[in-house]
Design a protein around this ligand. Structure first.
Ligand SMILES: [Zn+2]
Length: 293
């Protein structure tokens, strides 16, 4: 082959690699991520409840109902594992007080996004406000804490429909409240009802996303998971009832079907970043792996 042709092929290849890494598919669409975390939602209870919106996501995506969360199955350590991509041994958040987290070495993944792609718009909306304690100044384009899941879903829907968003993280809290009050089990009707309300909120947010005027040029990955399960009106222990969670990755880029490899909540941040064209660097020392793509 002529040298000149080889050179132009090389350039083309380079351009393609660049586009993939920059989060653009070859047809010019941009990759975006919506993560929805349902606090304290057990996978068996999710399957027992009537959840048409969530079912549509996992049936058309990659899923496992045998993923695991942090050994310290409390909200602080577990949400941090999900959003940082490392277990508590590294991030050092051991309770819901968030004392002395090692954010210098292990920051929220929004921090990595800001470093690698400062133009990206990152949003975090939660019912449980302390979740934002691991965000450092400037990490997020926008954060908001609301007093109810309905308010969270409504604000997220408005943002998704109208704003320039690259990453949206959403935390719904009321399923965990129902678990503490009525117990975390499939026999607990009120716990299942709370999961069904979360499903409606997932529906509200996903339909808002579908109404985006720019949706044709966007490739959204929707990730759903939970920070922990529960039993006997509580959680926090290193037992399967508390540490088993679901992981769902839905969208065009998801590899449809059950994920058979081991999946951890630490995979959420790593998978999200990968979809955004930010593959994890060795030096970040993350525990998560890409799952479901
Ligand atoms: Zn929790």
């Amino acid at each position: 082959m002529e040298k000149r042709k080889l050179k132009s092929m090389g350039l083309l290849l380079g351009l393609l690699c660049f586009m993939v890494l920059e989060g653009f598919a070859q047809d010019g669409t941009s990759n975006k991520v919506l993560i929805i975390g349902i606090d304290g939602c057990r996978p068996d209870a999710l399957l027992a409840a009537q959840t048409p919106n969530i079912d549509a996501l996992w049936k058309d995506g990659a899923y496992t109902f045998k993923a695991r969360t942090d050994e310290i199955s409390s909200s602080g350590p577990a949400w941090s594992a999900m959003l940082i991509g490392v277990w508590h041994q590294k991030h050092d958040i051991l309770n819901n007080e968030y004392e002395d987290p090692d954010l210098e070495h292990y920051p929220h993944f929004f921090h990595r996004v800001r470093q690698e792609k400062p133009e990206m718009k990152t949003y975090s909306v939660a019912t449980w406000g302390p979740i934002h304690k691991i965000l450092q100044e400037g990490d997020a384009t926008y954060t908001s804490s609301k007093i109810s899941d309905v308010q969270v879903a409504s604000e997220v829907a408005t943002i998704l429909e109208n704003k320039d968003v690259d990453v949206m993280f959403v935390q719904l809290d009321e399923v965990d409240g129902a678990g503490h009050k009525h117990d975390y089990k499939v026999e607990s009707e009120k716990y299942l009802k709370a999961i069904e309300r979360s499903d409606k909120q997932v529906g509200t947010m996903v339909s808002a996303l579908e109404k985006r005027t720019s949706i044709e040029n966007e490739n959204w990955l929707i990730i759903l998971s939970a920070d922990h399960g529960g039993s006997n009106f509580g959680h926090g222990k290193n037992i399967p009832d508390h540490t088993t969670v679901f992981f769902i990755a839905s969208g065009e880029s998801a590899k449809k079907g059950e994920i058979t490899k081991e999946v951890g909540v630490v995979d959420v941040a790593v998978t999200a970043m990968y979809h955004l064209g930010i593959p994890a660097k060795e030096s970040w020392d993350l525990d998560g792996r890409v799952s479901g793509l």
